[in-house]
Design a protein around this ligand. Sequence first.
Ligand code: FAD
Length: 399
Amino acid sequence: MREVSLRDSNAEMAGGGASESSSHGRRGFDYLIVGAGFAGSVLAERLAAGLNKRVLVVDRRPHIGGNAYDHYDEAGVLIHRYGPHIFHTNAQRIVDYLSQFTEWRPYEHRVLAQVDGQEVPIPINMTTLNKLYGLNMTTEQEAADFLAGRAEPVEDIQTSEDVVINGIGRELYQKFFRGYTRKQWGLDPSQLDKSVTSRIPTRTNTDDRYFTDTFQQMPKHGYTKMFEKMLAHPNIKVMINTDYREIRDDVQHDHLIFCGPIDEFFDYRFGKLPYRSLKFEHKQLEQEQLQAVGTVNYPSEDVPYTRISEYKHLTGQIHPKTSVTYEYPSAEGDPYYPIPRPENAELYKRYQKLADETPGVTFVGRLGTYKYYNMDQVVGQALALYKRIEEAERGPAAG
Ligand code: FAD
C-alpha cells in the first residue's frame, strides 16, 4: 500500500512517473473509491489485481480498515477501535478470497448476559433456563416444552416485541430483550421492525456459541494487517485523512465507487437517513483478565452501556494487562446502524432511485446501501459488484 498526501497525489496526476496515465491512456485514475473499509478495499484490490485498473482510495478517517480497524493501544493490547468485530460466515468463497491476505486463528464467540445478578449464556439456551429458574433440564424436549409453556402466541407478528413474546413469552422478553433493545436503538421493541430481534435465536440445547456459522475465525495478525495486504498492489494509492468532498474536483477519474453514506453524497436532498450510533469507552486494566468470555451483555436499563468486550479472548493475545471496550448507544455520532423502520426504507428507496439515475457512480457497502451488513456480506456484495464490472469489460464468459 502506498499512502500519499493530497499534494503528492496531485503532483503525480499532474505528470511524471509510471502512474501518470490511466489504462485508457489519460491522466488520473480509472476508479476513485471513497472508503477504505471492506467494501472499498475489496473493490480496490480486485480492480487493481484483476483488471489492472489504477485506483485511488480515499478515507476521511486517519486509518484504513473502516469499522474493522484494529490497533495496539498504549498498554500494547490489540483492540478494535469501533467495537468487537468477529468474523463469521458460511461462504467458503469469501474465506478463500480473504485468505489471500491473512492467516486465521479459530475463534468461536461466546456471550454472557448479566440477568438477575447472574451471568448466563445468550442466545438463551438450556443452560440459561436451568440457571435462571433453578432447573435441571437435560433434554431438548424438556427445554422446548418449558419455552412453549411460556410463549404467548401473537397472531400477526410485526414488531421486535411480537417476535420474542410469541417465541418465549413476556418474562424472558423483559429480562433479556426489552431493556437491551431500548438502550441499543433508543426505541421500544414494539416500535422496531421484527428483523431486529429475529436475528437472535433461542436454543433448546446447550450450544453456547453466539454464532453457528461454518467458519468462525479471526485474522491471525489483526484486521488492519489484512487490509494493508489487500491495498498493497502497486496500482492502488491510498489517501487517509481525506474527505471525498475535498478532492472530488481535483482528482480525475472515470468511475466513482462510493462506500460512504448515500444521503450525504446527495447533500441530504430528501432528508437524513436515520442511524443509531455508539460511543466507545476503551479502558486498559492492570489485570490479566476481566471477564470469562469475549463479551458480556447488560440488558438492564439501570446501567447506561449495553456490553463490555475484552479483546484478548478474540485475539488470543497473551499479555499481563487487558483492554476492554464499553459500548454506550447514542443518537449522535458516526453512522453505525441503519434504523430498520418502514419509513426509513422508503426514504432510502428515494435515494436509491436518485443513485440509479446518476451516471458514473456506484454505491456499495453498509453506508452506501443503508443496510445492516456483516463483514462477510459486505465482502460478498463487493465481489458481486466486481464480477458485474468484469463482465461488462470482458464479456459474461469472464471467470
Ligand atoms: P465501513 O467499514 O463503515 O467503511 C466505510 C468507510 O468510508 C469509513 O472508513 C468512512 O470513514 C469512509 N467514508 C465515509 N464517507 C466518506 C467520505 N465522504 N470521504 C471519505 N471517506 C468516507 N460485522 C461482522 O461481520 N462481525 C461483527 O462482529 C461485527 N461487529 C460490529 C460491531 C459494531 C459496533 C459495528 C458498528 C459493526 C459491526 N460489524 C460486524 C459490521 C462491520 O463493521 C461492517 O460490516 C463493515 O465495517 C462494513 O464495511 P463497509 O466498507 O461497508 O463500511
